[in-house]
Design a protein around this ligand. Structure first.
Ligand SMILES: C[S@@+](CC[C@H](N)C(=O)[O-])C[C@H]1O[C@@H](n2cnc3c(N)ncnc32)[C@H](O)[C@@H]1O
Length: 207
């Protein structure tokens, strides 16, 4: 993360924003509220919202209250009329401040948080999304229990050295089973820059 006098920048967003946007343009509904979890600097919102359907409003959020001014600042700098003011949303909080959304996008959070955050993300998404709505997850993942690249393995070791509760999650043995228990089905997995993946889930009909 870099900081200039005005607001923080996450250089990786410059590299991954176009490939992510291409997926979002294909899988997001044409209208409604897109809830972004863990917006960080807010650069994804500021770049992508103007390039999505005009019927979609982008709601950025983060657990950290001190992230909100950066997120709002990036949206203002790009004159984003379809990015709402950022809100504090900790996925592990007892109640989310948003009761309903048409889609959820969460980029680079579940490995930089305890596993309880992934559990809370899916539980909260199950409460706010209607049937068939997409939940889009981006980040580094293991596949079938194994790292997909040496760089991800080194990154994982670094994460765990910072906090033993953090770490690169396995899409097949951890995330998809959690999603299924929470009422979501996996539709698609696509390769992204720097050995990251994007995984598209949809909310199944409640049983
Ligand atoms: C690596 S940053 C990713 C930011 C942005 N999505 C990106 O890809 O550049 C991880 C973000 O997750 C947020 N975060 C961590 N735990 C969270 C939680 N429990 N609920 C919501 N956000 C959380 C952090 O505050 C941080 O902004």
């Amino acid at each position: 993360m870099q900081t200039d006098t005005a607001r923080r920048h996450a250089p990786a967003t410059q590299r991954n924003r176009e490939p992510i946007l291409t997926v979002l343009q294909r899988v997001l509904p044409a209208e409604g509220l897109l809830l972004e979890i863990a917006s960080g600097t807010g650069e994804h919102a500021a770049f992508m919202a103007p390039r999505l359907s005009p019927g979609l409003m982008w709601q950025p959020s983060d657990a950290r209250a001190d992230a909100l001014s950066d997120i709002d600042g990036h949206a203002r700098a790009e004159n984003c009329s379809r990015v709402l003011p950022a809100i504090v949303l900790d996925v592990c909080g007892v109640a989310w401040p948003i009761g309903a959304a048409a889609a959820i996008f969460c980029c680079n959070m579940i490995h930089i948080a305890p596993w309880a955050a992934a559990e809370s993300l899916f539980a909260g998404a199950a409460r706010v999304l209607p049937r068939a709505a997409p939940l889009i997850l981006y980040g580094p993942f293991k596949r079938h229990g194994a790292h997909t690249a040496p760089s991800n393995q080194a990154f994982d070791a670094g994460l765990q050295a910072q906090d033993s509760r953090w770490g690169v999650r396995c899409l097949d043995t951890q995330v998809v089973p959690l999603a299924e228990r929470s009422g979501f089905a996996l539709d698609e997995v696509a390769a992204m820059p720097a050995n990251n993946l994007i995984a598209i889930f949809h909310r199944r009909a409640p049983v």
